[in-house]
Structure formats: structure tokens, C-alpha cells
Design a protein around this ligand. Structure first.
Ligand code: ASP
Length: 323
């Protein structure tokens, strides 16, 4: 695909997408790509575009972000999000947020209204209140069903305490949902931005923070390199600082597609856990894009001035995990 500006790429999560959710997932990423692209088309910034795309997916219960977030081991919602501006390297992030309708918008407020990058829990919620952000209960029937199914499986297998994520994934792989959402964009001026939002992994221990709100792990953007958003098992993304690593390869001149593929290869080579699902979307300041994963699916879409409509897929370039 020829590089074009402006361009947006979004993802709705890597993992195993059950057939019952394929159609809604594709429609959801198309809508999200369109919403970000509409902003770019009117000369809006890459930052506003990625925020808008992610907000659109936070409102769509098919994704594990905002409405429809995964539930923790004790059946709570603890959402996380981050956003980064490649022009200034400014970033904002939130974690352990329970009621805010758009965690990614709250992350942008942390970036623009505070001197900090990352706020969690009560102080993040307090900031949301001060700026009168909308609240909503993000729990949905679907996530409650997944939660019940998984909890039931655990107790039948005599696994009374969630000690190791990989042990659990080995025995019950299909019950984990990796449907975090993210977006990367380049605007007309060549500025790049990235944003990511999630409910985290199902049955996570309360208080667990994954990669999604961490700069360099779930989200990274730098005009001198490119922008990247990750999805998959957060603990692995953190170990390999995957989004910064992908951007570093772009900084060295690799196109976003090769950069993303190389980092997925690195995950396969370096991580020996049974479960190592990982997916990446990337863009550079020319408007070249990349998307790659080692999971069965990654729901994603992109839009450029030439495509006229968003192009959406359930898979990108899959880098097979070694047997
Ligand atoms: N990366 C997210 C996390 O570990 C999960 C996901 O991508 O769905 O919290």
C-alpha cells in the first residue's frame, strides 16, 4: 500500500475472536476508523483522531474497553488507557478507573491539565469529576457470562486461587479475551499519535496494571520514529517494551510493517510462556502502516484518502508461534 497522509489505523484487540462476535467487531473497527479519519480530513490533529477512534470503541460493548470491559477476579471493572502525542512526546495515562465513560479522554486530560503522566484510582476519578466527564457502569451481561464461565471452570479444576496466568491459559484458553482497543494516526502535517484503552485481562487480580496505560509498552508515539499501539498479554508487552521497540525500529528506517513483524518475532523468540498472544499496529510520519500478530485473530481497520471507506479485517500478517 502506498504511503498517504492523513491515515489512521485502529485495532479492536488480538486473541481468539469467537465467530458470534466477528460481524460486530468488523463493524466496530470500521466505525472507529471512520470517526478518526473524519477528524483528520477536516485538518484535525493525529492526537484528536486517535482519541476519537478509541472513544468510539469504548462506547461499543463488543470490545474490552470502556463499556463491556473485562471483569477482575472479584467482578469489578478496572479500566486503563493512555494517549501520546508524537510531536511533543507528551503523554497521559489512567488506571484502575471504574466508572468514567471514556478513559482515553481522561488520559488526555492527565496529559493536558496536570504535570504528570499517569494517575490511577481515586485521583484519576477525581480529575474526571472536576472536568465533569460522563460516568457509566461499564459492566455488561456478556462479560458477566464470561466471568461466570471462567470462574466455574477454575473451581471445577480445583484451582481455587489464580496463581499463574499461563497455567490458567493452558487449561482454559478460549475464555480469555484480548479485545483491548487502540489507534495510531498521522495527520496532514506528518504528526503521529497513538492511544490505547482496555478493561485488562479477564480475572486479573484487582489492582493489576497491564501494558495499555504504560508509555512504551501499550502506547508510543514520536514524530521522529512513528506510532504504535499494542494488544495481547500485558505482562509480555511490558517485558519487551513492545511499542517503544517497534518505534525504535522505525527510527532506524524500517517500514512499520517490518518493524511490527520483527517485534512479534522477538516475542515468539524470547518469551517461553504457554500464552504469548501479542498484536501491534504501527504508522510512520509518511503514512506507511503496519499490523501484525501471533494470535489467531486481530480485529483491525485502516483508512486513507484513497480507500474512501475503512478497510477492516479479522487478521493481519500472522507471525506463527514456534510449536
Ligand atoms: N494488553 C491488555 C492487558 O494486558 C489486554 C488486551 O490487549 O486485550 O491488559
Amino acid at each position: 500500500m502506498k504511503a498517504q497522509r492523513p491515515t489512521i489505523v485502529v485495532h479492536g484487540g488480538a486473541g481468539e475472536w469467537r465467530r458470534e462476535r466477528h460481524e460486530a467487531g468488523i463493524a466496530g473497527v470500521e466505525k472507529a476508523a471512520q470517526s478518526g479519519f473524519d477528524i483528520l480530513k477536516q485538518d484535525g490533529t493525529a492526537l484528536s483522531a486517535v482519541e476519537s477512534s478509541v472513544m468510539s470503541m469504548e462506547d461499543n460493548e463488543v470490545f474490552n474497553a470502556g463499556l463491556g470491559s473485562s471483569l477482575t477476579y472479584d467482578k469489578q471493572v478496572e479500566m486503563e488507557a493512555s494517549i501520546m502525542d508524537g510531536g511533543t512526546l507528551s503523554a497521559g495515562a489512567v488506571g484502575l478507573v471504574r466508572k468514567v465513560r471514556h478513559p482515553v479522554h481522561l488520559a488526555r486530560l492527565v496529559m493536558e491539565k496536570t504535570d504528570h503522566i499517569f494517575l490511577v484510582g481515586k485521583s484519576a476519578e477525581r480529575l474526571a469529576k472536576i472536568f465533569k466527564l460522563e460516568e457509566r457502569d461499564p459492566t455488561t451481561k456478556l462479560r458477566e457470562r464470561y466471568w461466570r464461565e471462567l470462574r466455574g471452570k477454575i473451581s471445577r479444576g480445583n484451582l481455587t486461587y489464580l496463581r499463574r496466568l499461563d497455567e490458567l491459559l493452558k487449561s482454559h484458553p478460549s475464555f480469555f479475551d484480548f479485545d483491548t482497543v487502540g489507534a495510531v494516526a498521522v495527520d496532514k502535517e506528518g504528526n503521529v499519535a497513538a492511544a490505547t484503552s482496555t478493561g485488562g485481562i479477564s480475572l486479573k487480580i484487582p489492582g493489576r496494571i497491564g501494558d495499555s496505560p504504560l508509555v512504551g509498552c501499550g502506547t508510543y508515539a514520536d514524530n521522529e520514529a512513528g506510532a504504535c499501539s499494542a494488544t495481547g498479554i500485558g505482562e509480555i508487552a511490558i517485558k519487551l517494551v513492545v511499542t517503544k521497540s517497534t518505534c525504535d525500529l522505525m527510527r532506524q528506517g524500517l517500514p512499520p510493517q517490518s518493524a511490527a513483524e520483527n517485534i512479534i518475532r522477538e516475542v515468539n523468540r524470547r518469551v517461553h510462556d504457554a500464552a504469548k498472544h501479542m498484536g501491534l499496529i504501527a504508522i510512520d510520519s509518511q503514512g506507511r502502516i503496519g499490523a501484525s500478530h501471533n494470535s489467531m485473530h486481530m480485529c483491525w481497520a485502516y483508512m486513507t484518502p484513497k480507500t474512501r471507506k475503512p478497510r477492516a479485517f479479522l487478521k493481519a500478517k500472522i507471525i506463527q508461534k514456534p510449536a
